[in-house]
Write a protein that binds this ligand. Structure first.
Ligand SMILES: Cc1cc2nc3c(=O)[nH]c(=O)nc-3n(C[C@H](O)[C@H](O)[C@H](O)COP(=O)(O)O)c2cc1C
Length: 559
């Protein structure tokens, strides 16, 4: 059966592969998804480099920018920055750069603006830039090297090729792309690693979108048809001899704020071939010294999800209006965007005592809902309506009864969710809940132990102010957009997570992504027995406990 041929149940082979992959990579109380043991001898290098490619160091931006964090969400008030080496540098600084080095005894490791499951960083970032003073006098295709905060020129493009590639785009726009190196995650997490790679991509979409907002720019995902790998040179076998290959994920346009609705990239076969025929530089470094354990199921699900169906802008008319959003102030808090973005960290432990106000809680949740014009940051980066809703474990939110709650991010899904969840759930709106925020109390009670238990026994899920499961409208979404949308669901989950990370940082607390949870145990909590809805990610938010044994060093020497 070919990948597109339909079987009796109406799903094609690619969708069946996804369903099978998802099922076999669930963690259960009695059995974890298949993974090996961590062989330290093959631990992958977190830094990809293209040896021989010209390296352009970006000037590390001076600290002290005064833009407030909340202004990222009001980006129509930010004057768009011209495209220059300085603005390009800030864009990567806020999205994919190192933010600190940590040291414990003889071990040192870096942290980045974009979080990553297990800090393994499978995501690689690329940019297609026009001629920019200080970077290059001709358009080029670059790999971002986070350790150096530099761009490696992989290819030099003829001006005519650049013009053909960007013909339908506004001036000063450029393209960014993300790829995954599955091995970096599968080294530790085995078969489940493909999921984590996709979560990480979602977080990176978030960091890229917020970085663009800090510069007054917008960012939207594009539909590159099936030609992305060719555009990014990932099929250049000679450049990857002895090195781990990269899987193409997505292409996005970064553009000045005042043009909307760009979803299309005229990446014709001809243009993709012209890019491929350009002058290329560099050979990828090997990340492990050979002997990588292979996880064939990851290659299979990666192939089955690599032919996206174009997503035309969906109808957001039922969503709240931007200005009156939830009767909550759009501007609040004194922390700067720089402080929040570069200071973002995962809590390794939660204190089990910090509570937050209902106002802060509502504000965080309101940030997770798109607006009617779908122009609110960061949701304007993705053209589809929310497919992910939250099943919340509320532990310590002042004025709110502890218990299970649901945030319905698309109110059109309220009835389907009521149908699929436990029939005895209350579906009561808290009296203090702002109008327009579809938050419901499902069941009162202390669910701290339950939250930790379903999160692979991790105490952080019970010791925070709240934790949550991200419940996806799974089967319907794949039926509508095909198997490749499996990735998009994880991207949406990662994007939710990135907002929560930043919101927590802005509120003076912390968050942590939780990729390790017992899938069906979570479904059981909410009474979901239908395979059509699946929990794709967990998160916890609360008062962190610092690990005082660690020393923190600056990300870049000159600081
Ligand atoms: C997709 C994803 C899954 C994660 N899962 C867990 C988890 O199950 N438990 C945990 O303690 N931390 C988890 N984390 C947090 C990472 O370990 C953390 O992001 C990484 O160590 C980098 O640290 P930083 O977030 O402070 O930059 C997860 C992070 C991501 C992005």
């Amino acid at each position: 059966m070919s990948l597109s041929e339909k079987s009796e149940d109406g799903h094609n082979r690619a969708e069946q592969i996804v369903f099978e992959y998802h099922e076999r990579t669930k963690h259960h109380y009695h059995r974890f998804a298949a993974s090996g043991y961590m062989d330290w001898a093959t631990q992958p290098d977190p830094f990809r480099r293209y040896m021989g490619a010209p390296l352009v160091h970006l000037p590390v931006p001076e600290p002290g920018r005064t833009m407030l964090y909340w202004q990222l969400y009001a980006d129509d008030r930010v004057e768009p920055a011209p495209l220059s080496i300085e603005s390009t540098s800030l864009f990567f600084r806020y999205s994919l750069s190192l933010t600190a080095w940590k040291r414990l005894h003889d071990n040192a490791w870096s942290l980045r603006a974009n979080p990553s499951s297990g800090n393994l960083h499978p995501t690689e970032g690329y940019a297609l830039l026009p001629a920019v003073g200080g970077i290059h006098e001709r358009p080029g295709f670059y790999h971002y090297a986070p350790k150096e905060h530099a761009l490696e020129r992989r290819a030099e493009l003829e001006s005519s090729v650049w013009t053909a590639l960007t013909t339908s785009f506004p001036n000063d726009s450029f393209l960014v792309a993300l790829t995954s190196i599955h091995w970096r995650e599968s080294w530790k997490y085995g078969e489940r690693a493909f999921r984590y790679c996709q979560h990480d991509i979602g977080h990176a979409v978030g960091t890229l979108r917020f970085a663009a907002a800090a510069l007054g720019w917008k960012l939207s995902l594009l539909d590159p048809k099936d030609r992305l790998a060719k555009l990014l040179g990932l099929n250049r076998d000679a450049d990857y001899v002895g090195a781990e290959r990269e899987a193409s994920e997505l292409l996005a346009i970064v553009h000045p704020r005042d043009c909307t609705g760009i979803t299309f990239c005229d990446l014709s076969k001809v243009v993709a071939s012209q890019v491929a025929d350009s002058r290329w530089y560099g050979r990828a470094n090997a990340l492990s010294p050979g002997n990588e354990v292979s996880w064939p199921v990851i290659d299979v699900v990666s192939a089955a999800t690599s032919h996206p169906t174009p997503i035309n802008a969906e109808d957001f008319s039922g969503f709240p209006l931007k200005k009156s959003q939830f009767e909550l102030p759009i501007g609040h808090g004194e922390r700067t965007a720089e402080h929040v973005i570069l200071g973002r960290r995962s809590a390794v432990n939660m204190d089990g005592s910090t509570s937050i106000s209902a106002q802060i809680f509502y504000q965080m949740l309101a940030r997770l809902v798109p607006t009617q014009d779908n122009r609110s940051v960061p949701w304007d980066a993705i053209p589809w309506r929310p497919r992910i809703h939250l099943g919340l474990f509320v532990h310590r939110v002042n004025e709110l009864t502890p218990g299970l709650y649901a945030l319905v991010r698309d109110s059109a899904k309220l009835e389907p969710l009521k149908q699929v969840m436990r029939p005895d759930f209350l579906w009561q709106r808290p009296t203090s809940c702002p109008r327009g925020l579809s938050l419901y109390l499902l069941k009162e009670g202390d669910c701290r132990a339950l939250a930790a238990a379903v999160s692979c026994g991790q105490d952080i899920a019970g010791d925070g102010a709240f934790s949550l499961g991200m419940i996806a409208d799974y089967e319907n979404s794949l039926s509508k957009y095909g198997a490749a949308f499996y990735r998009n669901l994880f991207w949406e989950a990662g994007l939710i997570g990135q907002v929560l990370y930043l919101e927590a940082e802005a509120a003076g607390i912390r968050a942590t992504g939780i990729g390790c949870y017992f899938d069906d145990a979570v479904h059981e909590v909410f009474g979901i027995s239908s395979y059509a809805w699946q929990s794709l990610y967990h998160f916890t938010v609360g008062g962190p406990v610092e690990d005082k044994r660690l020393t923190t060093l600056p990300a870049y020497a000159a600081q």
